[in-house]
Design a protein around this ligand. Structure first.
Ligand code: SF4
Length: 365
């Protein structure tokens, strides 16, 4: 779904495995494993959890040759496209190029042009893209010296240098990221690069912090850029379970109507007018709906102040009252007692999903 008010910049597109990034492709959501890559089983397991949560692409760190060997095995066991994350040692990129779906390199630490040239050759041989991942925390030394401290101009200059190398080698299969932990610097950097280049952009606020603070920071930073039409793929960086990054990424895109997935619960914050425990009901429903990928809107409203309006606008709605009233497809359906609220709403939602999928089958023939 993209019925957003946002007009996305139409960038060039590339493919990371079978996931299109840029152009008209939906904004993809990615995360990064935090297991020891050499532990194939644990890493595959985490990638599967990320897949179930709705990841489109997963990045895996490849710090050494043991991890490079493990990366190949991991790739054989999962269906999601994998980006190999390479720092310092370009030879690791050469080792994994035949199994990765994308190579992420950091201009600040990958070294001289001849090394980048070899990576380009390997990417070309395997028909995979490269991500130029600039990071404020690891800018090239001469840029650090030139600018005194990291700023958006330094990030853009670092990116352009590497773009220039790729251009000189006729390599256009790449995307870019320019990340900082500072929202202003990140937003300015992406705005500048977006004016200069048409390559797809991978958005992120790096090292944004803990689950709560990082989610807020990422939502603001990514939200500013996405609302301006900038960004083709996102990663929310959190000091938390990577699955949380996927969930927050989805919530950001869903909030902007850029993509849809799963049950969207509209809920009032509750107050003394509530006729049932709104927070408890919403939390329980959220848990029960976790595995559902289909899109449906459910309104849970504690009283008649806002209940009927919101309930009518949703696929399934509940308005609290002396007799709580269930709405289905915008019309009052039946009264429900407080004890049966969660079960009845879950039942109704699953029924609606079945109806929707039956209609889809008929429409698609
Ligand atoms: S909808 Fe009713 S219960 Fe919910 S916050 Fe508003 S007034 Fe309170």
């Amino acid at each position: 779904m993209n019925n957003s008010w946002i007009e996305r910049k139409k960038t060039n597109h590339i493919f990371v495995g079978d996931v299109g990034v840029g152009g008209d492709h939906p904004i993809s959501i990615q995360s990064m494993t935090n297991t020891n890559t050499a532990d194939v089983k644990a890493t595959v397991n985490q990638i599967e959890q990320l897949h179930a949560a709705g990841a489109d692409i997963v990045r895996v760190s490849v710090p050494d040759s043991d991890c490079a060997k493990a990366f190949k095995k991991i790739k054989q066991s999962v269906s999601l496209p994998l980006v190999a994350d390479i720092h310092f040692d370009y030879k690791i990129a050469l080792l994994v190029a035949d199994s990765a779906d994308c190579l992420r390199i950091n201009p600040g630490n990958i070294g001289k042009e001849n090394k980048v040239k070899e990576i380009i050759q390997a990417a070309n041989d395997n028909n995979i893209p490269i991500r130029i991942g600039v990071n404020a925390g690891s800018l090239e030394k001469d840029l650090q010296k030139k600018y005194g401290e990291p700023n958006s101009d330094a990030l853009v200059e670092s990116a352009l240098r590497h773009v220039d190398i790729l251009n000189r080698h006729d390599f256009s299969n790449f995307k870019l990221s320019l990340k900082a932990s500072n929202i202003q610097m990140t937003v300015e950097s992406y705005r500048k690069i977006s004016k200069l280049l048409d390559q797809p952009l991978h958005l992120g606020i790096t090292e944004s912090g803990s689950y709560r603070a990082g989610s807020v920071k990422s939502s603001i930073g990514l939200g500013m850029l996405l609302s301006e039409g900038i960004g083709d793929t996102v990663r929310v960086s959190l000091a938390s379970d990577p699955v949380d990054e996927i969930k927050v990424g989805w919530d950001i895109l869903k909030s902007l109507n850029l993509r849809s997935r799963g049950i969207r619960i509209v809920a009032c914050p509750s107050c003394s007018r509530q006729n049932f425990n709104v927070i408890e009901v919403v939390n329980e429903l959220e848990t029960r709906f976790e595995g559902i990928a289909e899109d449906l809107e459910v309104a849970i409203i504690g009283c008649y102040v806002n209940g009927p309006g919101e309930s009518k606008a949703a696929d399934v709605g509940l308005t609290g009252g002396p007799s709580n009233l269930l709405y289905v497809d915008g019309s009052p359906s039946k009264k429900i007692s407080n004890e049966k609220l969660v079960d009845t709403i879950e039942e109704q939602v699953r029924e609606q999903l079945q109806k929707k999928s039956a209609v889809d089958i008929i429409v698609k023939g």
